[in-house]
Design a protein around this ligand. Sequence first.
Ligand SMILES: Cc1cc2nc3c(=O)[nH]c(=O)nc-3n(C[C@H](O)[C@H](O)[C@H](O)COP(=O)(O)OP(=O)(O)OC[C@H]3O[C@@H](n4cnc5c(N)ncnc54)[C@H](O)[C@@H]3O)c2cc1C
Length: 385
Amino acid sequence: MATARALLGRGVGRVRLVEKEAAVAQHQSTHNSGVLHAGLQYRPGSQKARLARLGIRAMTEFCREHGVAHEVCGKLVVATSHDQLPRLEEMLTRGLRNGLQGLRRLDPEEAREVEPHVRCVGAILVPEEGIADFAGVCHVLEAELASAGGEVVTGAEVVELVREGSQWRLVTAAGDFESKVIVNCAGLHSDRITRMAGSRPPCRIIPFRGEYYRLRREREHLVRHLIYPLPEPGFPFLGVHFTRRVTGGIDAGPNAVMAFAREGYDLATVNLRDIVDAGSYSGLWRFAFRHTHMVARELAQSVDRHRFVAALRNLVPEVSDDDLRPGSSGVRAQAVLPNGDFVHDFLWVEAPGAVHVLNAPSPAATASLVIGDEIAVRALGHLAA
Ligand SMILES: Cc1cc2nc3c(=O)[nH]c(=O)nc-3n(C[C@H](O)[C@H](O)[C@H](O)COP(=O)(O)OP(=O)(O)OC[C@H]3O[C@@H](n4cnc5c(N)ncnc54)[C@H](O)[C@@H]3O)c2cc1C
């Protein structure tokens, strides 16, 4: 939707968004942590670092302008043991190099002034970050598209893409559509759409479910805003954290376990095609063999609630098993390379008349408006060709 908005904003006359669900934004964009990330830990110079920095400013401004619920409440990133301190310092350096403003290195007492129940040996306060109602953002975008002359067609799963001369014919559940350029932002299905359009995706999407717990209302005082552990090197999305929701309540999580379906929001949702797709991919096995410890730990946290709680108690020791209720979940579209590496940066592939967005990981909700604009610029190149 952000891409469609940018295309209309850049003067493209006819933009049609085809969505397979009965309503827009039913997947990653509304099943996430709801956090506005500024790009503290990303490698300086990466697309992610640049887009996160620009993206958080654009998103905060958008929410302010359109009355979407959000709060720039700041985030505390904590080191829980002395051996983590060098990584904390490195993160601070990265944050400064990435242009984040107002960063503060805190000692444990200063950290407890911000979050009185946190346990740490050191922390970074990221004042620019916060929380936002991304579902609200999507509703505003949908309304904006309609008023700018765009069209949103729901219930229109794309099942075939046919190249006819310099045009595309999209065969969808809601009928056929023609287009000079297609932009594939299909998230959990983006690799399949790429293949459908005759291009070879350099990666496969492996679905990873993230499960959240919710803090009991009477215990919400344990967390004021956002408390994050240091991200694991190589796995920036790992590490359960505490997140205050802009709509109320405190969530704890998510973990990351392979889902049995690309839209497998719970254990019971199984899709044979998705399992075969993932199970037959050598990249997944290479990843699993290389990181058995991590895979086992995340699995254990998923099936054994005590382990999940133990990870949370690392950050806030007063949290107990009894304080948590099962919460929501989300499924991450993780792009995995054939050698088993995860793709961490944004990844798009272009072919004549097509732009395929193959990896739009966190912070892609925060940075969606500027990412949409980058994609639109690429799509415009194809339109002019
Ligand atoms: C657990 C979790 C926590 C996260 N936390 C954060 C966070 O705190 N902050 C942040 O900035 N980011 C976060 N993210 C990342 C962020 O949510 C995603 O990067 C972003 O939402 C991706 O948006 P998207 O439009 O690419 O994908 P999606 O929102 O998944 O949209 C893809 C759309 O394509 C449609 N589609 C798929 N196949 C077809 C087809 N064949 N035909 C028609 N339509 C189709 C789908 O129905 C869907 O609507 C998180 C993600 C997860 C999973």
